[in-house]
Write a protein that binds this ligand. Structure first.
Ligand code: BEZ
Ligand code: FE
Length: 308
């Protein structure tokens, strides 16, 4: 017998070829498969996605049935999307991901108007309208309201000609795209151009709270977790102009229900405004509104591209 056969020290197990799957090193192995990705940012994002997804599977001990249920849920989410319905955005919204991305990418620093989610209903172009016009073409109820505002930069200079795009749900809580044929196309939407002093104004109805659509997988998720689907009353506003960073935000109605439990986490204190009751026949006539009406003023401070 030769010495090496008698050697009592067990030989070390041969290392598996590095690409073979092992649960302990799963994320490392899969991330390495993307090592050749030429786009550095894509490589970084995919690496982090793999690490966090694998850590999630391990943390919760995901079962095969749960994995399959997740695949079915995402498949259905995709199938629920069409030209006027974006279920994936809603899923991101109710998970708070949309708000996180929005807030991290648009720091207000106490100097700029805070941003909030765009939501899934800005799917169609708003119709250009003249300052002072009404966006309520259907006239199907709701309290008449005047919205005024001024677009400024952080130094208080007006942003002349800023585009102010607004959209909101109707008194029953539906957007026009949810009621095709029932209300005029582009009802409660408007694209306004601020005047030389950055000022804008338009007529509408006081927004009401409403539930996000619950007839799809996102609704099932909310029901399964005992969450309500309501959004606090709001008006969507997007402000853009050459040389400024586009601001996507909301104007929330002070006193609305759900301000502290908005289904998509969209409320920021600085965006809540009083819609003041005005009882003044002369002012009502001046703006083409019935008396009394509500008025809200929303000064908007935007970030110039030259800001650090
Ligand atoms: C919205 O405000 O239009 C909205 C936002 C998130 C989900 C559904 C609707
Ligand atoms: Fe909305």
């Amino acid at each position: 017998m030769t010495d090496h056969i008698l050697d009592p020290t067990p030989a070390p197990a041969p290392a598996p070829p590095s690409g073979l799957f092992e649960a302990e090193r799963s994320a490392e192995i899969v991330a390495a498969s993307f090592a050749g990705t030429a786009d550095e940012r894509l490589r970084q994002v995919l690496g982090a996605l793999v690490r966090h997804t694998h850590a999630f599977v391990k943390e919760v001990g995901l079962t095969t049935e749960e994995w399959a249920a997740g695949v079915r849920f995402l498949t259905e989410t995709g199938r629920t999307c069409d030209d006027t319905r974006q279920e994936f955005i809603m899923l991101s919204d109710v998970l708070g991901v949309s708000m996180l991305v929005e807030t991290l990418n648009n720091p207000a620093d106490g100097r700029f108007t805070e941003s909030t989610v765009e939501g899934p209903f800005h799917l169609v172009d708003s119709p250009p309208r003249a300052l002072g016009d009404s966006i309520d073409e259907a006239g199907q109820g709701g309290e008449p309201c005047l919205v005024t505002g001024r677009v400024m930069d952080a130094d208080g200079h007006p942003v002349a000609g800023a585009r102010v795009d607004v959209w909101q749900a109707d008194a029953d809580g539906f957007y026009d795209v949810q009621r095709p044929g029932e209300v005029p196309d582009r009802n409660l939407r408007g694209l306004f151009t601020a005047d030389d002093d950055g000022r804008f104004r338009f007529r509408t109805i006081v927004p009401n709270c409403y539930p996000i659509p619950t007839d799809g997988p996102v609704g099932r998720l909310l029901r399964a977790t005992g969450r309500h689907a309501n959004r606090a009353a709001h008006l969507h506003i997007e402000v853009s102009a050459p040389g400024i960073r586009t601001l996507t935000t909301h104007l929330f109605v002070d006193g609305s229900r759900y301000l502290d439990s908005d289904a998509v986490f969209g409320v920021k204190e600085s965006l809540i405004r009083a819609f003041t009751r005005v009882d003044d026949p002369a002012r009502a006539a001046e703006h083409g509104l019935p008396n009394p009406f509500r008025h809200v003023d929303f000064p908007v401070t935007v970030r110039r591209d030259t800001e650090p």
